[in-house]
Structures are given as C-alpha cells and as structure tokens.
Design a protein around this ligand. Structure first.
Ligand SMILES: NC(=O)C1=CN([C@@H]2O[C@H](COP(=O)(O)OP(=O)(O)OC[C@H]3O[C@@H](n4cnc5c(N)ncnc54)[C@H](OP(=O)(O)O)[C@@H]3O)[C@@H](O)[C@H]2O)C=CC1
Ligand SMILES: O=C1OC[C@@H](O)[C@H](O)[C@H]1O
Length: 386
C-alpha cells in the first residue's frame, strides 16, 4: 500500500460554466488517471448572486454534502477550511478576486486571461511572493499529457530548428445573434473580446514552443506586430492577428483569433490542423481545439536537396481523457503537487511567462487601440462594485 495522498481543499469562487466543468473534474477520483500521490476535496463554493445559487451549484456538480455554500465571495476566502481558491469569474474581475484571496491568505488558481493588464498581474505575483502563497494562471492546456509530449518532442530536436509556429483558436460565430451585448464574450465591462478569451490559447502554443522550452539564457520577449478589428456592437476585439519574432533566432510565432471565421469551415470537409510547429526537418500539427489538445500529426519534411533527412516517420497520434473528464484535473493536480512541495509557482505556467504573455497582449491592445473602461484597467483595490 502507498502512503496517504496529499489532499488539497478547494473553494470555488463563482458558479458559471467553467466553474462547473472544473469542479466536476476535481471530483473525479485521481486513481482513474493513475494518480495516487494527491487528492482533491471540494469544501466550499461561493456565488456573488445568492447562497441558493451556490447550493444548487454544489448539488449539480455532485460535491460532498459537507461542502459549504456562500452568498458572498468574501465569506469563502474567510473559511479556514479552504486551502486554495479557484477564481472563475470574467476577466474583468480576476485581479480584484484573486487579490482578495491572496490578501486572505489563500493559494489561488485564477482563470485565464490572468488579469486585464500586466500591471495588475505583477501586483498579484508580488503579493503571492510576499505572502508565500501559490498562484497560477489557469492555462489548463499546458498540463495535458499531449502538450507535455509535444514540448518534449520539440526539445529533442527531432523536427530540427523550429522556425515558425502558427496557432489559431477561432470560432465561426454569428456574433450578433449568438452574443447579446451583455455576454461576457463581447462585453467591454467584463473585459470581453477574442484576445483575452481565445487568443491567449494561440499565444500559449506559440510561447510553449518559442519561449518556454528555450534555455533561459537564450530566450526573451518577442517583438510584436499586430492588427485588431473591433466589433461594432460593443467595441471589443472580434479579430486579432499577431506576428511575434522571438530571440535568439528570430523564429516567428503567428497567433490568430477570430469570432467571425475559423480554421475549419465545414467539418464534413476537414481543413488543416490549426496549430503547426514548423522545424527545419518537419512539422508537428495539432488538431482543434487549441485549449484541449487530443491529437497531432508528425510530418517529416520531404526535402532531398537539403541533405539532412528527417529521422522520423509520418504518424498520427491520438490521446484520450480518462474517466470522461474534461482534462482540467491535470492542472489541479499540478496545483496540489506544488502546494504539497512548498512551491509558489508551477514550472508549467511560471509567473514570469504569464507576465511576458500579458505584456504581449497589452502591446497588441495598444497597437489596436483597444482599452477597457478605466476601472477595469485600474490597480486600485478594493474597487467598489467588484
Ligand atoms: N479554461 C477554460 O477552458 C475556460 C475558461 N474560461 C474562463 O473562465 C472565466 C469565466 O468564464 P465562464 O465560466 O464561461 O463565464 P460564465 O459567465 O458562465 O460565469 C462567470 C461567473 O462569474 C460570476 N460573476 C461575478 N461577477 C460577474 C459579473 N459582473 N458578470 C458576470 N458574471 C459574474 C458569476 O457567478 P456567481 O453569480 O456565482 O458569482 C458567473 O456565473 C473567464 O475568465 C473565461 O475566460 C471560460 C470557459 C472555458
Ligand atoms: O477558455 C475557453 O475555452 C473554450 C471557449 O469556448 C471559451 O470561450 C474560452 O473561455
């Protein structure tokens, strides 16, 4: 028999769509993914709307009946039984909510995009460091076995030197019909728009390959050229294209996101994969969706004139997610291990990298003239109305 697993006690802040998905994943027994060193316990949830909403949430996700329901976020962060808070509010609220958790001495997993701007993110990071608390931006994609596998393949050099990464996450939305002006996807008061909601995943793939796995002494923030088209309905960004150039070899990362068109117009006639990692010896292409990667192709370059042939064969690789989960439990497992081991940040999504990515998004917004209402860009805390 193995030793007793480390159990992390979670409090869930907000009861919307992703909070439900994440909490259901927390409740999947880790043994179903061959994990026995850690365990998750859902001890409380809070809704800013009402205590009954928090109660319904806990019931719907199948939390233990001992889990407490709160009608205010501040009550959740005062609960001594809660170790870590999962912040699942809209982007506009992340800074205020995560900061409240840290001030109250709680570890934090905060949904993407981390904050509205870098200044806010930096304050959270400094606070976590000062208070010796764990803090991570919830970029769950990075903790998928497939993402780890791809990082390992690229690091091994099998595809040669990576010169270019294309990454798209877009949806073929009928924006006017699907999203009313209040919807979080397009609502400027909730820091909506394609970049913070979806573009972060395109950037995630570009950064995993052209930044994260590059030795620290050689890597650096990219230069940024970008274009934004705004949605006339609310003024948020509906189309964003970014061309990033990374040290040390000026490799290009082309990250796109769009609420109008996507990579695959017709599933009956599938288009190419939307994420393409192009090295001098071949390509790895990863299938949609960027946030939940489950299959990829390894394509050796056919270039007899080049002299150095690829040493790998064409193959298609498919992964699955055990136990019918969404795959959000892998990032939760990472939180548990970091906290168990006294680490304040995860190597998979380090603070410094969240900040560099945030800076890129700030610059893209600057170039495109996209600014959220001043109170959302503010670092004032606590801010009335949040
Ligand atoms: N990792 C992933 O795959 C995904 C991540 N996300 C991220 O999660 C976050 C939430 O998204 P999602 O769950 O889809 O959003 P929802 O609109 O479904 O839920 C957001 C919740 O936040 C709370 N909230 C607090 N203040 C407000 C406010 N002023 N307006 C609206 N809601 C408020 C509400 O909960 P309550 O009333 O209980 O307080 C609400 O239910 C975003 O940051 C998004 O980017 C979203 C989808 C997928
Ligand atoms: O994180 C996300 O991934 C899935 C998308 O549909 C959603 O809008 C986004 O928030």
């Amino acid at each position: 028999m193995g030793s007793t697993p480390f159990t992390l006690k979670w409090g869930i802040l907000a009861t919307g769509g992703i909070a439900k998905t994440f909490t259901k994943d927390l409740l999947v027994n880790p043994s179903t993914r061959n994990t026995s060193d850690i365990y998750h316990s859902v001890v409380a949830a809070a809704s800013s709307s009402s205590v009954s909403r928090a109660q319904s949430f806990l019931k719907e996700v199948g939390a233990p009946t001992t889990a407490k329901a709160y009608g205010h976020y501040k009550d959740l962060v005062s609960d001594p039984d809660v170790d870590i808070v999962y912040v699942a509010t809209p982007h506009s609220h992340h800074y205020q909510n995560a900061r409240m958790c840290l001030e109250a001495g709680k570890h934090v997993l905060c949904e993407k995009s981390f904050t509205v701007n870098t200044e806010q993110a930096k304050i959270l990071v400094d606070l976590a460091r000062e208070k010796q608390l764990f803090l991570m931006e919830a970029v769950w994609t990075r903790f998928f076995p497939l993402a780890k596998e791809i990082r390992g393949i690229v690091k091994s050099g099998v595809v040669g030197e990576v010169k270019r990464v294309f990454a798209d996450l877009s949806f073929w939305n009928d924006v006017e019909r699907e999203f009313g002006p209040e919807h979080r996807m397009v609502n400027m008061d909730l820091a909506g728009g394609a970049l913070l909601d979806l573009g972060i995943y395109s950037l995630t793939w570009v950064f995993q390959i052209l930044y994260h796995i590059v030795p620290e002494a050689q890597r650096g923030p990219p230069t940024v050229a970008s274009s934004i088209t705004k949605y006339a309905g609310t003024g948020c960004d509906e189309m964003v294209s970014m061309i990033l150039s990374f040290p040390p070899n000026s490799a290009h990362g082309i990250a796109t996101t769009n609420l109008r068109v996507s990579h695959n117009p017709n599933p009956d006639h599938p288009s190419d994969n939307p994420i393409r990692i192009q090295g001098t010896l071949g390509e790895i292409s990863i299938a949609f969706p960027a946030y939940r990667p489950l299959s990829y192709k390894m394509i050796p370059a056919s270039s007899p004139s080049r002299g150095t042939p690829a040493t790998f064969q064409y193959q298609e690789v498919k992964h699955d997610i055990p136990s019918g989960g969404q795959g959000m439990f892998w990032e939760a497992d990472e939180c548990a291990r970091c906290i168990r081991d006294g680490r304040l940040e995860s190597e998979g999504m380090p603070w410094e990298e969240s900040l560099v990515i945030m800076r890129v998004m700030d610059e893209v917004r600057r170039q495109g003239g996209l600014r959220y209402p001043e109170k959302l860009e503010s670092v004032e805390f606590p801010l009335e109305g949040f």
